[in-house]
Design a protein around this ligand. Structure first.
Ligand SMILES: [Zn+2]
Length: 393
């Protein structure tokens, strides 16, 4: 039995094929409501638990925590985006930015077949770090594994667009088909949260999403997969937007630079507005900036770089001089003129702060005593692989 040690934890070779699925943006309230209405009978076969996301509650930091089993301080990605030392804003999509190996890369090194499937292509290279075969639904028509032709040929329907309601389901279909073809033992599938940004629990769109998700989870279970499902973050309506770039300029804090770590190439669903941001400001203005931002209604925490690195387990060199978290109803922006709100489908729903930290965790296997102990202490989404494969778990 091969075991690997990754980022300070030991994982045993999967005793049977094992898949972890990241339910992007699936707030626990979607599932709680669906369980109540018996909308998702196959998901109801799993043990339903709760966990916490990493902060800020954004997609990339949490996906990387799920696959490395470690917080952003270890893997190095606190957001989708950061201000590099040369003053350039950089998307954190290149694997050179990663500071820790994934669990999949460690198993791949020992010759165990692994695969990562992401819906959005932005995660593909990060999940592929360490020679992990990785494909995306978004680019399925243009990607191959082992020269076997475009991976889209393995799924008998056209590739949906990235803003179609069932693009996440396509990623799950792709995962199941490719895993069968390549005898994958450890599979990771990451969904996208376009539906959750657009629709609240009980809306027609989110019901359609959940019903199809449930069927696919049934397909995995019927095919003999051990499953762990966890979300990267929750989701809340954000009726209030605070443009901190404007607030700081109006207060005469010169040269402050607001970075929105939610920023990515896909802005249709959130217009780059989330409930966490970094502020870069020089030392002489730091206290003044902190006072100004702390007084903004809806702002919940304003932490210095050192405080945030310690309390939230973030890499200090990739966050701001200040780290700002907003409340459940509030999203943060830079200057109002820099955000194109006309692109939003309906009202803003987003994430990033402490109020989107509650995430669902569903397991097909009963946790061991050590696993139950961890769950009682409060697990995070970084624990999902350990709960399924951890030695002693
Ligand atoms: Zn997400």
């Amino acid at each position: 039995m091969t075991a690997v040690e990754v980022n300070g934890r030991r994982y045993a070779r999967p005793p049977a094929k094992t898949a972890v699925i990241c339910l992007d943006g699936v707030d626990p309230r979607y599932l709680e409501d669906a369980f109540e209405r018996t909308l998702v009978p196959r998901l109801a076969e799993l043990t339903y638990l709760e966990a916490r996301s990493q902060l800020p509650s954004f997609t990339n930091p949490n996906n990387l925590s799920i696959v490395t089993g470690a917080p952003p301080a270890v893997h190095g990605l606190p957001g989708n985006h950061y201000l590099a030392p040369d003053g350039e804003e950089v998307h954190l999509t290149d694997p050179v930015a990663l500071r820790a190996p994934s669990i999949h890369a460690a198993f791949e090194d020992t010759g165990i077949p692994v695969l990562a499937v992401t819906t959005k292509d932005k995660l593909r290279l990060l999940l592929g770090a360490g020679h992990v075969p990785s494909v995306s639904a978004e680019r399925a028509a243009g990607l191959e594994l082992d020269g076997s032709g475009p991976v889209s040929a393995f799924v008998p329907r056209p590739v949906p667009g990235i803003y179609d309601w069932d693009c996440s389901h396509y990623a799950l279909e792709l995962g199941l088909a490719l895993a069968a073809r390549f005898d994958v033992e450890l599979l990771y599938v990451s969904l996208t949260d376009f539906v959750q940004h657009s629709a609240a629990p009980r809306e027609q769109l989110s019901d359609a999403y959940l019903v199809r998700l449930d069927e696919l989870v049934g397909d995995y279970l019927d095919d003999g997969w051990r499953l762990g499902l966890v979300a990267d973050h929750g989701m809340n309506p954000k009726p209030q937007i605070r443009f901190l770039g404007d607030v700081l300029a109006d207060a005469g804090v010169d040269g402050a630079h607001v970075i929105l770590p939610i920023t990515d190439p896909y802005v249709v669903h959130h217009a780059a507005l989330g409930s966490a941001c970094w502020i870069h400001v020089d030392d002489t203005q730091l206290d003044r900036a902190r006072d100004v931002v702390s007084a903004v209604p809806g702002v919940e925490d304003v932490l210095t770089r050192d405080e945030a690195a310690a309390e939230l387990s973030l890499p200090p060199d990739r966050i701001g001089d200040l780290v700002v978290l907003a409340d459940a109803d509030t999203a943060l922006g830079r200057a109002e003129r820099e955000h194109d709100l006309s692109q939003l489908h309906g009202s803003l729903r987003s994430h990033g702060g402490r109020h989107e930290q509650r995430v669902p965790l569903l397991l097909s296997e009963r946790p061991s005593d050590a696993g139950r102990e961890l769950l009682e202490q409060g697990a995070t989404n970084a624990d999902v692989h350990w709960l399924l494969l951890g030695e002693g778990a």
